[in-house]
Design a binder for this molecule. Structure first.
Ligand code: SF4
Length: 437
């Protein structure tokens, strides 16, 4: 079968987990399209199914297994390819599932189309996993065609080995492409008419391990790309979000005032158990610096509830720390035991019910802070990038500082940055107001 023979064949993707996976799925899908495949929805019948898995929680592992079963029911003759972090860490478990043809680890994602093999199913699944310490390739990716904004992958892997986390084992050590190449990708994104780039990676503040460059240098270079309208940084470890970066963002025309900072626990004792590289004081200082220089900045914070070692008292300490912090939203994760992690050896296991209660308390706090942030923005005029998505007769977009905006549909504003006066929070939790045109 030649490449041309894949014309009219169908490929369906399902992506779990982080923005990085979304960027990589998009790049894999475009490679399939270059071979003649049409991309269809995962719920439809396809000739090839690709699941790009995640393994952050036990729940995502279960979801991957269900997705394999459901696709095989739809078309038992389809080629089933499973890749991503779960595939890297639990390849044998996946290979035992009925219908799986390929289990491709993190080092093989970029080669996925070389395994199509005339759409033949395998009697025995083929497993290709590279040891995480030997994954050297950097699979350049950015998403396009499916969203108004693009996720541009600038870094992969992590050298931090926090005690609860399997990501370094799943994705390998920290690596990146050169600033010159990433700038060229950003230029090609601009050429596609995309207005907003979201910088994506596992530990993007650690950018430069492979090239001797720095994340700060990358930001300055991207900020100079002609035609780029918005750059959103996404998540940076607090120890790496240096004051010079915050000051630069405060003065940049293109990098938006939106930060996402993983705290994980608001107690120094728990941070030590997690082997995080900062104390709560540093975290609080970062937030203060951001808010002093950019009072309207949106700050999202990751936190884990019920990690091994988090006693009732330490949870209270963490909660009180967050209560006093000027953030805009929490991203809350219940602690989930992951095989092979050091956290399993930490005494004091928090019962699952208690973890759920702690999650709920954080979510309630998050909702209150989120609401307060939105209300603090009412009466201001902010630039909104409107999206293609249409629901009923409504359109949606994000302000630079990450307020979700909703208004009446008007095609001429799709993918346009428009000044918008924020007036009220509606029942869906979105902000309505007036286009200032
Ligand atoms: S910084 Fe820690 S939590 Fe984040 S990916 Fe690396 S090891 Fe995991």
């Amino acid at each position: 079968m030649t490449e041309q023979d894949y014309k009219g064949k169908k490929v369906a993707f399902y992506t779990l987990g982080c923005k990085l996976n979304f960027a990589e799925s998009s790049s894999m899908a475009h490679r399939f399209e270059e071979l003649g495949f049409d991309r269809v929805e995962y719920k439809d019948e396809a000739d090839v199914y690709v699941i790009n898995t995640c393994t952050v929680t036990a729940e995502s592992d279960k979801k991957s297994r269900n997705l394999i079963r459901s696709a095989m029911k739809r078309n038992p003759n389809a080629v089933m390819m499973v890749t991503g972090c779960y595939a890297q860490l639990k390849s044998e478990d996946i290979a035992h599932l009925e219908g799986v043809d390929y289990v491709l680890g993190s080092g093989e994602k970029m080669n996925i189309t070389s395994y199509i093999n005339n759409l033949q199913k395998n009697e025995t699944p083929i497993i290709r996993i590279t040891d995480h310490r030997k994954i050297k390739q950097f699979f350049n990716s950015y998403s396009y065609g499916d969203r108004t904004r693009t996720f541009l992958k600038v870094q992969d892997g992590c050298n931090y080995f926090c005690t609860f986390c399997t990501i370094p084992m799943a994705r390998g050590l920290s690596r990146n492409d050169s600033i010159v190449n990433i700038v060229a990708e950003a230029e090609s994104i601009v050429g596609r008419g995309i207005k907003e780039i979201i910088l994506t990676g596992v530990n993007i503040g650690d950018f430069g391990r492979s090239t001797g460059e720095t994340f700060f240098d990358l930001l300055k270079a991207l900020d100079q790309v002609q035609g780029i309208e918005r750059i959103r940084i996404s998540s940076v470890e607090p120890n790496l979000l240096k004051d010079e970066i915050i000051e630069y963002v405060a003065n940049s025309k293109h990098i938006v005032p939106h930060f996402h900072i993983p705290l994980q626990a608001g107690s120094d004792e728990v941070l030590v158990l997690m082997k995080r590289k900062y104390k709560v004081e540093l975290f609080a200082n970062r937030i203060r610096t951001i808010k002093t220089l950019m009072p309207d900045a949106f700050i999202g914070v990751d936190v884990i509830a019920g990690t091994n070692g988090e006693t009732d008292e330490l949870f209270r300490e963490s909660y009180d720390f967050l209560l006093g912090l000027d953030f805009s939203q929490l991203h809350v994760f219940p602690y989930s035991e992951r095989a092979g992690t050091f956290a399993l050896k930490i005494p004091h296991v928090v019962p699952v019910n208690e973890r759920k209660e702690r999650v709920q308390r954080y979510l309630d706090l998050s909702e209150r802070k989120h609401r307060m942030f939105y209300e603090s923005q009412l009466g201001t005029i902010r630039p909104v990038l409107f999206e293609h998505q249409k629901k009923g007769n409504r359109m949606f977009g994000w302000t630079d500082n990450y307020v979700r905006v909703e208004t009446g549909w008007d095609e001429q504003y799709v993918n346009q940055l428009v000044a918008f006066r924020l007036e009220k929070v509606n029942t869906r939790g979105h902000v309505e107001g007036r286009l200032m045109v």
